[in-house]
Design a protein around this ligand. Structure first.
Ligand code: FE
Ligand code: FE
Ligand code: ZN
Length: 299
């Protein structure tokens, strides 16, 4: 089982990320190279990177299973402001270069939002942008994330994901997100059926990451609000079936569930649930007292 969570990437860069992952007893992790909501980035520090890589080896964290996530403000789908579109393209190229320096093999990307454009045109913009980003010089592969369909998001069904993959010159992969699948209308009571369709249209060998999140909303809600494992509408049993699916055995599972606290608005006293959610998943036993235990542990 390769399982971890989203972690920070602060002043200690990858070294901080690895240490945080280890504190959750994770054997992989996902990070942004800076704040996810902006594009301010520092140069990658060679010494911190080397130390991080050493600690990974010592703790059986396979760097080939570690995931980077591109910032979600970059939008390849809308080119009405050409400068902004070009900025997104350049930034993504830079992200791939940073991943090469860090030794990271996969970068998750939100395909983009159409905003005021027709969906077909927006989809073509994503294809054009990725054909400009990719030139075969980076070892890091872009994984298109399956989206919930909030607002005008693209990549919300197999057809859209397939169209992008088929029309980009260099190979792309896919990152499934269980909350997004549910919110986009996929019935996770029957995940096997979805996997079969996925295999027919795209191929299971394209899946290199799965975001494991429960959902606060019902199927087909197009909301995209993550919930803690077993506390949402997907439910613990359905999530376990996905996590332990034989066909996805070697695919890293990444938790992006919300921090918890007695008062969720009290930002000083909300805590990461990942250590406890990972433990619960490995025990295959839902813990009704999960939130209380997390509060107790970190207080
Ligand atoms: Fe994402
Ligand atoms: Fe996600
Ligand atoms: Zn999401």
């Amino acid at each position: 089982m390769i399982i971890g969570s989203h972690v920070g990437f602060g002043k200690d860069q990858l070294l901080g990320s690895v240490k945080e992952a280890i504190s959750y007893n994770a054997n992989t992790f996902m990070f942004y190279t800076g704040a996810p909501q902006n594009t301010m980035r520092k140069e990658i520090d060679e010494n911190l990177t080397k130390e991080a890589q050493k600690i990974m080896v010592d703790n059986n964290i396979e760097i080939s299973k570690v995931i980077c996530h591109a910032p979600y403000i970059i939008n390849l789908a809308n080119n009405l402001d050409l400068d902004k579109w070009q900025f997104s393209i350049n930034f993504l190229k830079e992200e791939l270069r940073r991943c090469d320096i860090l030794g990271i093999s996969y970068m998750v990307l939100h395909p983009g939002s159409a905003v005021s454009l027709p969906r077909n045109e927006a989809l073509q913009n994503i294809i054009d942008a990725l054909n400009l980003v990719l030139d075969g010089s980076s070892k890091c592969k872009i994984l298109l994330e399956t989206m919930a369909g909030k607002g005008t998001e693209l990549g919300i069904n197999l057809e859209e994901i397939k169209k992008i993959i088929d029309n980009v010159r260099y190979p792309l992969g896919v990152c499934l997100d269980t909350c997004h699948l549910n919110d986009s209308g996929v019935n996770l009571n029957n995940f096997e059926e979805y996997l079969e369709k996925f295999d027919e249209q795209i191929g299971l060998d394209k899946i290199h990451c799965i975001h494991i999140n429960d959902s606060k909303n019902n199927i087909n809600s197009h909301k995209d609000r993550h919930e803690n494992i077993g506390y949402g509408t997907i439910g613990f049993d359905n999530l376990l079936k996905i996590i332990y699916n034989e066909k996805l055995k070697n695919v890293p599972k990444i938790l992006e569930t919300p921090y918890v606290g007695k008062d969720i608005l009290d930002k000083e006293r909300i805590y990461p649930p990942y250590k406890f959610e990972i433990e619960m998943i490995l025990n295959k036993q839902f813990d009704e007292k999960l939130i209380e235990r997390i509060n107790e542990y970190y207080k």
